[in-house]
Design a protein around this ligand. Structure first.
Ligand code: NAD
Length: 312
């Protein structure tokens, strides 16, 4: 298949591109390199430098006539979304509209959108499913939810084939300490540099961490099974930030100092998503337990730091 991956130079995108290429697909990356890196793009991918907010993107996509668009390009930093909500909305909602405009004239294209657990906001119950109501508590969650609404509207109006995937907190090699699920990248970086871990609030907030290769597998499964619906992509298990720091202490074999910081605006207290819907409709299952994913992430970062590995 011919597949466009927007944001293919980013953390998740670069893994998705790698996996699609190893499965024999023709992959086009569309990225403006605002946070992504050229060196992370698989050499067999065809790279198009461009901004999804620009009108020219519509004709580029129409000329490529892709079978699938995996739309990962985004402003994915919650803190930045609070500082500059205008720019966050422009990339996450208006940029998505540009891609939908392109899809409107190529209805065979399957449009797969990377949404987020942040659209749910704070929920009173422990495990969140796709039918739960949405109460984003950050500008980032709101801009992603807005994009979801446009996707639904365009799907109805133009009979598009669309999927919305709400990722839990994704982690793994190449993640930078910024971004949405960046706490593991941040911890990795600080442990490597023998700095104390900064824990916001009481550290009892919980997250559902999913390894990046499992997210890539879920995207491919949704494309292969032609699933045109909304799905959580998660492990269905949560861990507190305090527990996470203890696991990482064991794993790294270092004595870790901890510092307490203020609770951040827009921070969700508990986040655990049920992935039952996707598991019932496809053969996809998360296959990396937290300890294994963390060990791989740690090994990668340690190898990069010691110069045994380039940042690729
Ligand atoms: P990332 O910042 O590493 O990747 C985003 C990519 O998009 C980068 O390569 C960047 O250069 C590109 N990009 C940004 N703005 C662009 C624009 N205007 N035009 C073209 N390209 C642009 O982020 P990530 O963590 O890999 O996230 C990928 C997607 O997954 C995002 O949509 C994000 O919202 C979503 N998501 C991520 C997580 C997570 O934990 N990392 C969780 C839920 C959802």
């Amino acid at each position: 298949m011919r597949i466009i991956v927007t944001g293919g130079a980013g953390f998740i995108g670069s893994h998705v591109v790698e996996d699609l290429i190893s499965n024999g697909h023709e992959v086009h990356v569309l990225d403006n390199f605002s946070t992504g890196s050229r060196s992370w793009i698989h050499p067999s991918a065809i790279t198009h430098v461009g901004d999804i907010r620009r009108r020219a993107i519509v004709s580029l996509i129409q000329s490529l006539q892709p079978d699938v668009i995996v739309h990962l390009a985004a402003q994915a930093d919650v803190k930045k979304s609070q500082e500059d909500p205008y720019d966050d909305l422009a990339v996450n909602a208006s940029g998505t509209i540009r891609l939908l405009q392109a899809c409107a004239s190529i209805p065979k294209t399957h449009f797969i959108f990377a949404s987020t657990s942040a659209v749910y906001g704070d929920q009173s119950h422990t495990t969140i499913s796709e039918s739960d109501s949405l109460h984003p508590s950050s500008c980032y969650g709101l801009s992603k939810w807005t994009a979801e609404q446009y996707i639904r509207l365009f799907s109805q109006q133009y009979e598009l084939r669309t999927s919305i995937l709400r990722f839990a907190n994704v982690y793994g090699p190449r993640q930078t300490p910024k971004g949405e699920g960046g706490v593991i990248a941040l911890f990795t970086d600080r442990i490597l540099h023998n700095k104390p871990l900064l824990i916001h609030g009481d550290g009892e907030q919980t997250r559902d961490f999913i390894y990046v290769k499992d997210v890539s597998g879920a995207i491919q499964s949704v494309a292969a099974h032609h699933l045109y619906d909304t799905f959580n992509v998660s492990t269905g298990k949560s861990v507190s930030i305090n527990e996470l720091s203890l696991i990482y202490e064991q794993l790294s074999g270092r004595n870790i100092q901890r510092q307490r910081g203020m609770k951040r605006i827009g921070d969700i207290r508990h986040s655990c998503l049920s992935a039952d819907k996707l598991q019932h409709q496809s053969s996809w299952r998360p296959s990396y337990p937290l300890h294994q994913g963390l060990a791989l992430t740690w090994q990668y970062a340690a190898a990069v730091q010691s110069g045994q590995k380039s940042s690729i």
